[in-house]
Design a protein around this ligand. Sequence first.
Ligand code: ATP
Ligand code: MG
Ligand code: MG
Length: 550
Amino acid sequence: EHHVGSNFIHDIIDKDNASGKYGQRVHTRFPPEPNGYLHIGHAKSICLNFGTALKYGGKCNLRFDDTNPSKEETEYVESIQDDVRWLGFDWEDRLFYASDYFGKLYDYAVQLIKAGHAYVCDLSADEMRQYRGTLTEPGKESPYRNRPVAENLDLFARMKNGEFPDGSRVLRAKIDMASPNLNLRDPVLYRIMRAHHHRTGDEWCIYPMYDYAHPLSDAYEGVTHSICTLEFEAHRPLYDWCLDVLGAFQPRPVQIEFARLNVTYTVMSKRKLRALVENGRVAGWDDPRMPTISGLRRRGYTPEAIRDFCGRIGVAKADSVVDYALLEHCVREDLSPKAPRLMAVLRPLKVVLTNYPEDKTEDLPAENNPENEALGARVMPFGRVLYIERDDFMENPPPKYFRLTPGGEVRLKNAYIIKCEEVVKDAAGDIVELRCTYDPETKSGSGSTRKVKGTVHWVSAACAVPAEVRLYDHLFPLEDPEAGDEDFLSRVNPDSLITLAAFVEPALGAANSGDRFQFIRHGYFHADPDSAPGKPVFNRIVGLKDSWAK
Ligand code: ATP
Ligand code: MG
Ligand code: MG
C-alpha cells in the first residue's frame, strides 16, 4: 500500500527513471507553512508526497516553509509534526526549516546581484504595482533597474544590516518587464520586515519571498520532484529561472502541479479555518467539526480511513469538489469490522417490567461484532428497570411503525420480547415511563420461535453508566459555504453540535479516550479526551446510513 494510486506524476517519475535524469533517485517533500493546523487538503499532499517516496523507494522531507515570520508560530510547527506522524508517515532524519537556509539564501542573492540578475529597487509598493502593468499591457522598467552591481551589493548589505525602514526597498530579480507572465516582471526576492521569527528571532530584518526560497530549498535538499498545487503553475517559470541562472544543482528539481482538494460542506484554507477559531465559531482547531487533521482525529476518524480517502480521490490536473460523504464512507468501511458494537441509549425512556422479579438480574450474552468473531462476546446485565430510546416508542404510531406502541410488542436485542401495558405521564402530559411485561419464553438464543417485527436496543437502569454524547452535523449547511455574497462565518450551522445525556451499557463505561465503537443503530463513536474515569464523553464520528453514491 503506497497511500496513493498511480497518477500522472508517477508517469513523469517513470519517464525520469527510464532516462536516468536523476539516476534512479526519487526525492519529494511536504512543505507546510507553519501558520495554522493542517487540514484534509494537506492530507492529500502528505499522502501524495510520502506515498510517492514509498512507492519508488525514495525519500520525503518534512520542510517548514517558514519564510514569512509574521504569521508563524511554534504551536503550529508541533501540531503539524503530530499530524503527519499520526497519519502514519515518517520523515526519519529529514526535518528541515527554510529558515535554516536564510544565510545560504542571502549568499545566493549576492551571487545573483554579482551576475547582474538582481537589483535593489526603491519604488514604493504602490509604484511597483503601477509599473508592473497588466495582463494586456506590458510593464515599465524601474528607474533603479540598471543600478551598477557595486551599488546593489552595497544597498543589499545595508538592507540586511537594518539601515532602512520596513518596506522602503526590495531586492528584485531582473527578468523581463514585458513578459506575458506577470510573475516574471522583475519579481521581488527579498523584502525588509522587522518581525520576530519563531526560530531566528531578530537576527534578520530582511526575508526571502516564497518564489525565491522554495526552489532553492528544494534544490539544496536534493529534491527531484517538487509537487505543489495548481495555483503555482504560473510561478513555475520563476522556479526554473532561480535555479537556472544560479547554474547550481543540476539536474535541478522539477515543479509539478496537481489540483487541490476541496470538500463539500466545509471551507478549506488555514486562513478561513483560523477565522472560525478566532471568531469563536468553533471550540478550537481540533473542534470535531473542523476539517483539520486534529479535528478529524478528535472526531474519531482513523488514519487508515483518511489514507483510504486520499487514495480514492486520486490526483489530477483539474480542480474538483469531493463529496463529504466519501470521507464518511471511508471511515465506516474502516470501522465496520474493527469496532465492537455495543448499546447506548441516547434519549432514554424508562421501562419497568412489572412481571420481572424485583431482586433478579441476569447476565445476557451479546456478540461484539457479528462481522468479526475475533472481537468476541460480552455479557449485558438485564433487570426489571431498563432504558430504551424515546424514539422507539410512539403513542400514536403511523402505519408501518414496528417499534413499541401501547399494547404492542417489540424484541429487546439479545434479551426478551416485551409488551407495553401502560403509559405513565407526568402532570405536563409528557411520557415518563412505560410499564411493560416480558415473555420469559422468548429469551434470545433459547430457541424461542415467537417473532415480532421490531428489535430495539436497551440498557439496564441499575448498571447503565451516564455518558455525555456529542452529535455532530456539517459545520455549514450548504454544500458550498462560500456561494453567493454572504460571509461564510455567518453561515455556521447552529445545530452542528447537539449534546445529549445518555445511558450506555457498562462495557462502554470503561471506555478509554481514543476507543472507537459502534453504538447499535446510532453509528460510530469515539471516546473524547474530555472523558474522565466513569464519566465517558463520546463523539459521533458518523451515522450508519451511507449516503455515498458509488
Ligand atoms: P492554505 O491555503 O490552506 O493555507 P497552503 O497551500 O497555503 O494552504 P501550505 O502550508 O503552504 O498551505 O501547504 C503545504 C502543502 O500542502 C503545499 O504543497 C500545498 O500545495 C499543499 N496543500 C495545501 N492545501 C491543499 C489542498 N486543499 N489540497 C491539496 N494540497 C494542498
Ligand atoms: Mg503555501
Ligand atoms: Mg495559505
